[in-house]
Design a protein around this ligand. Sequence first.
Ligand code: UT7
Length: 317
Amino acid sequence: MPATSIGARGAIITGWGSALPPRVVTNADLMRTLDTSDEWIKERSGISERHVGGTTSELSVESGRQALRMAGLDPSEIDALVLSTTTPDRTVPATSATVQNALGLKCGAFDVNAACSGFVYALTVAHGLIAVGARKILVIGTDTLSRITDWNDRNTAVLFADGSGAVVLEAVDGPGQLLAWDIDADGSAEELLYCELGGTIHMEGKEVFRRAVRIMVDSGQKSLEAAGVSADEVALVVPHQANIRIIQAACERLGIPIERAATVLHYTGNTSSASIPLALVDALNAGRLKDGDNVLLVGFGAGMTAASAVLRWGGIR
Ligand code: UT7
């Protein structure tokens, strides 16, 4: 669909948090069981180590709690929980139900699955809820890909990992931070990246790579254009953390210097729904954003989905 500009009632991010399981798996650890090398993994993907462990609900509760605390909100004040995940703890109910209960939220809760683009989808949906009257929303992106990875398959095992990132969105009078958004999907490419129920991830890495750059650039450009923001006005790009070479190629084609990209994949690996919020939180905690800065979030994933959003940082609730 075409990228869409935002109407009158918007939202700002007032709190954020992240969670990584304590267990670190290095490239050297993987070399013990796989025909691979630290050099190959770093050169081809940019990943040095990753965190593995925990459940989607446990990690979500940790990042969600941090975000609520930072926003200074009591759980009872939240109007909705939107959890992006491809790796729910159960088929039914949605993992958001477990998280809602554990955090003591008294509100509607649902999961969104748009693979690695999911956090931007969830953020967009949350803005839609704000536009129709919700005031405070907790948006979480979490995946535990280690549970659906074949640890004997060197094509995928060196890439995927676990993590969670969360933000609190609060309504404001006026337009808020979100300037424009875009969500896309091409279901005809489903066979390139999938996991059967109870199975492990199958991926045509080369073809996913090729398409990833194209659809990230396409989605990013659509949102930038709808926002009226040029590439050189982007202070920070927060891309899906799949492969540093994909990020470099996408930045180059978007005309955004790589120094403006938020990257965490060297220590997180590819955490799917968590990757964009983990990178955003890392950049925020490092003080990389100031009021008025334009931020481009852009992801791609199985499905093949793509999503982007342009935020103008700052605002007072
Ligand atoms: O969230 C979205 C999900 N996925 C992605 O974004 C993945 C997109 N794709 C990629 O990131 C890259 O395609 C990979 C990192 C998966 C692979 O990198 P590549 O540069 O496309 O490598 P390749 O598949 O062309 O493989 C090159 C060589 C092959 O050997 P030959 O045929 O040249 O002898 C592979 O068998 O590297 C071999 N290889 C490995 N070697 C050591 C494949 N995996 C490994 C490995 N360690 N883990």
